[in-house]
Design a protein around this ligand. Structure first.
Ligand SMILES: Cc1cc2nc3c(=O)[nH]c(=O)nc-3n(C[C@H](O)[C@H](O)[C@H](O)COP(=O)(O)OP(=O)(O)OC[C@H]3O[C@@H](n4cnc5c(N)ncnc54)[C@H](O)[C@@H]3O)c2cc1C
Ligand SMILES: *[C@@H]1O[C@H](CO)[C@@H](O)[C@H](O)[C@H]1NC(C)=O
Ligand SMILES: *[C@@H]1O[C@H](CO)[C@@H](O)[C@H](O)[C@H]1NC(C)=O
Ligand SMILES: *[C@@H]1O[C@H](CO)[C@@H](O)[C@H](O)[C@H]1NC(C)=O
Ligand SMILES: *[C@@H]1O[C@H](CO)[C@@H](O)[C@H](O)[C@H]1NC(C)=O
Ligand SMILES: *[C@@H]1O[C@H](CO)[C@@H](O)[C@H](O)[C@H]1NC(C)=O
Ligand SMILES: *[C@@H]1O[C@H](CO)[C@@H](O)[C@H](O)[C@H]1NC(C)=O
Ligand SMILES: *[C@@H]1O[C@H](CO)[C@@H](O)[C@H](O)[C@H]1NC(C)=O
Ligand SMILES: *[C@@H]1O[C@H](CO)[C@@H](O)[C@H](O)[C@H]1NC(C)=O
Ligand SMILES: *[C@@H]1O[C@H](CO)[C@@H](O)[C@H](O)[C@H]1NC(C)=O
Ligand SMILES: *[C@@H]1O[C@H](CO)[C@@H](O)[C@H](O)[C@H]1NC(C)=O
Ligand SMILES: *[C@@H]1O[C@H](CO)[C@@H](O)[C@H](O)[C@H]1NC(C)=O
Length: 610
């Protein structure tokens, strides 16, 4: 044990009557114990919720093992407007994903830092529709996942706050749909750009074909509305800053060990399906350490990390595991399957420079970045108090669409979008070089029909798995993107009186004119230019107890195993029609509740008390 570790432990003993201070550790030798009631693998979006809720019972000890480092002091993670500097940096796992057929690859970002992807994402707060949650209840045969029942967990998670500019938010959201006493902060934008103002104006115009929705998080999401984001007073609110914030991290029964890459969960003996030991390394596998969970191991490593860890530990398709030289323990062929990503097409519009207050940020205008950063530093004002998305639209294909003669509707129901319109005020997604300033209004298929997979290339837990997004493998997804592009174009062109003088021309007009292009031309354009949204889910999906498919039961226990649960974005059996962070927080709040209930821990919330 390092001398300074001994000294710090002695100080802890002298200052507190308890055996040790709750703390964040860097080195396993500092860890005060080798067994805990619960071990949480991955201190990400979901993992920190689970750690917080389980450690509410002071008799229970909880350890979080996180592969990445601390989020403290990472300035670009704190300033919402610097979101674009995070992918590809030291806080990114730097995965590469295959698009599927064709040879496109994408850098696929995941958070490698405490807070996981909530420390590096775009902060959009979208819960999906009421239909989405009711479908989870139906698919898993557990009414506990229904929209009505999830209201308790929404309230436990959400702390709705004033935006940093303290503007009057009347008419911008529905207060009755929000929680004001939860842990993670949410707010409306604190800086108004011209684009979202015009967009909302157009949606509110008399007889608009694309109407305004007061609050897309209230169950029925359809329409155009103001964005809500996980932000507190102009700063990112992540699971690390909130669920492991100052009010909680001092709990003596909660320990976090950073720089700890978990390699395997180990059974109690070689043929057992009961898991109590977690193996990890702090030096890329040169030295392995173990810790034991006396109650449960909770996998919270995300849609890539969780199926990878399960397969490396012998839980997956047995034949495939044998081929890789991994001893199979539990045959669960659904592990890694049903991966779902939401495809998009970047649709930028050139804006009239003399009329714009915009960015230039992504095109690396260092002068502007510095000016906006100074403004943020000095007064928490200016464009950097917000993430890139400041308004949304959510729309369905009409029931009469010919595509439904060939495909069952992949959406969860009539309140639920097939296509999202995402408003971006910076030119991040601009697909051509241009010095012109731009905004974008891009379609995303939020209820896609294509499915991909995560598979291993070897038995080495440090090798990246194959992430096959399999985008556009269903014609439904192409159809929805095509109609999304057409509707966005029509929306702007029919509101020319509102947008005129600001939106000058469509950014993709150099390659294609959306208004005049044939179906085939648009399809070819979409195939060539398809983009990703980083919303993968589904690789350890929930299914009913006893089902022949799926990875976890509705209480999130791994099928056929003892002592193992999965609580993260991999358990969604279908992708919610929205961005996936808030739904993951909700899975984690209920997941923690289920664990606490089964072990009869203190502080179990009554599910009916919304
Ligand atoms: C750049 C980006 C932008 C996004 N924008 C939005 C948005 O605006 N709104 C939205 O709703 N969603 C957004 N998403 C998606 C959203 O962030 C994720 O769906 C969600 O955070 C997933 O949560 P999780 O708990 O499943 O995984 P994560 O939050 O990724 O947590 C997994 C954690 O496990 C750790 N881990 C993994 N493997 C191991 C291992 N073997 N050993 C130890 N630790 C391990 C990781 O380091 C990480 O900390 C975005 C994602 C990205 C990457
Ligand atoms: C963890 O459990 C294993 C298997 O039961 C046991 O061999 C080992 O000694 C335990 N380790 C600790 C630190 O308790
Ligand atoms: C990701 O790439 C960046 C840039 O090369 C690097 O600094 C970082 O360490 C990489 N992340 C990981 C987890 O290796
Ligand atoms: C993918 O790349 C391979 C080898 O580089 C090439 O043979 C193949 O034609 C490509 N496929 C497509 C669909 O572009
Ligand atoms: C994928 O999920 C669907 C439910 O959405 C299920 O019917 C199917 O069996 C799953 N496939 C696999 C391989 O698990
Ligand atoms: C950066 O932005 C500033 C302020 O709008 C502008 O004066 C300058 O020309 C821009 N620089 C470049 C390289 O575009
Ligand atoms: C803003 O503050 C950060 C951190 O305090 C500092 O590193 C940076 O230089 C400041 N930037 C400007 C432009 O003031
Ligand atoms: C496109 O617009 C039409 C006409 O308003 C509407 O019926 C349809 O649902 C819209 N589709 C999408 C994907 O927005
Ligand atoms: C984009 O920029 C590169 C390098 O600056 C240049 O070679 C290329 O011609 C540009 N392309 C377009 C379409 O302007
Ligand atoms: C881009 O800006 C230049 C001058 O700044 C202008 O001549 C050109 O027409 C603009 N392009 C578009 C597509 O508006
Ligand atoms: C750009 O905006 C200015 C100021 O509002 C206006 O005078 C000008 O006509 C606009 N230019 C275009 C091309 O719409
Ligand atoms: C696309 O074509 C339509 C119809 O010919 C035309 O009115 C419109 O200006 C064109 N759009 C662009 C961006 O060139």
């Amino acid at each position: 044990m390092a001398p300074q570790a001994i000294i710090s432990q002695l100080i802890g003993l002298l200052l507190l009557p308890v055996f040790c201070l709750g703390a964040v550790f860097e080195d396993f030798r500092e860890l005060p114990r080798q067994d805990y009631d619960f071990i949480v693998i991955g201190g990400g979006t979901a993992g920190n919720v689970v750690a917080n809720r389980l450690s509410e019972d002071s008799k229970i000890s909880v350890l979080v093992l996180e592969a990445g480092g601390s989020n403290e002091g990472i300035f670009e993670s704190t300033v919402p407007g610097l979101y674009y500097q995070l992918p590809g940096s030291r806080v990114d796992w730097n995965y590469t994903a295959l698009s599927g057929p064709g040879n496109l690859t994408f850098p696929y970002t995941r958070g490698f830092v405490l807070g996981g992807s909530s420390s590096i994402n775009w902060m959009a707060y979208t819960r999906g529709s009421s239909d989405d949650w009711d479908r989870y209840a139906a698919l898993t045969r557990d009414p506990g996942w229904s929209w009505d029942n999830m209201q308790t967990f929404i309230r436990m998670n959400e702390h709705f706050t004033q935006p940093s500019d303290r503007h009057d938010t009347t008419g911008e959201f529905d207060p009755s749909a929000h929680g004001f006493y939860g842990i993670n902060s949410v707010s409306l934008s604190g800086y108004r750009h011209k684009f979202e103002d015009l967009l909302i104006k157009a949606s509110q115009a008399d007889g608009s074909e694309f109407p305004f929705v007061l609050d897309y998080n209230a169950g029925n999401q359809l329409g155009i509305g103001w964005a809500q984001s996980t932000i507190l007073n102009g700063m990112r609110s992540s699971s690390a800053t909130s669920y492991l914030g100052p009010d909680f991290i001092g709990r003596p029964n909660l320990h976090v060990l950073l720089h700890s890459h978990v390699t395997h969960v180990l059974p109690t003996h070689s043929k057992s399906t009961s898991f109590h030991t977690v193996e990890f390394s702090q030096d890329d596998g040169a030295t392995l350490h173990t810790v034991n969970a006396t109650k449960e191991i909770v996998l919270c490593s995300g849609t890539i990390g969780t199926p990878q860890l399960l397969m490396n530990s012998g839980i997956g398709d047995s034949d495939a595991l044998v081929t890789l030289g991994i001893q199979p323990l539990i045959h669960l062929p659904s592990v890694g399957q049903n991966l779902t990503e939401q495809p998009t097409i970047a649709y930028p519009w050139v804006v009239n420079d003399s009329d714009s207050d915009l960015d230039g940020v992504i095109t690396s205008n260092a002068t502007l970045v510095e000016a906006f950063t100074r403004k943020w530093n000095d007064s928490r004002t200016g464009p950097f108090v917000d993430p890139p998305i400041t308004a949304f639209g959510w729309f369905r294909l009409p029931d009469s669409s010919p595509i439904f003669e060939r495909f069952a509707d992949p959406s969860a129901g009539p309140n639920t979008a097939h296509v999202e319109w995402a408003v971006l005020n910076s030119g991040l997604v601009i697909p051509f070089n241009s010095t012109n300033k731009s905004v974008s209004l891009s379609p995303i298929v939020v209820s896609p029909a294509s499915r991909g997979s995560i598979t291993l290339t070897s038995s080495d837990p440090f090798d990246h798995p194959i992430i096959n997004l399999n985008l556009l493998s269903s014609d439904f997804d192409i159809y929805a993107l095509r109609e999304g592009l057409r509707n966005i174009t029509r929306f702007i062109e029919t509101n020319v009186d509102i947008f005129d003088g600001f939106l000058v021309s469509s950014g993709i007009s150099r390659d294609i004119n959306v208004t005049t292009a044939t179906d085939e031309e648009l399809e070819a354009y979409i195939r060539k230019n398809v983009g990703i949204t980083l919303h993968i889910v589904g690789t350890a999906g929930m299914s009913p107890k006893g089902a022949s498919w799926g990875v976890v039961d509705p209480d999130l226990r791994v099928k056929g195993a003892k002592g193992l649960r999965v609580v993260d974005a991999s358990v969604f059996p279908r992708v919610p029609a929205g961005h996936t962070m808030s739904p993951t927080y909700l899975i984690a709040e209920r997941g923690a509740h289920l664990i606490k209930t089964s072990w009869d821990l203190d502080g179990v919330q009554d599910e009916d008390e919304a």
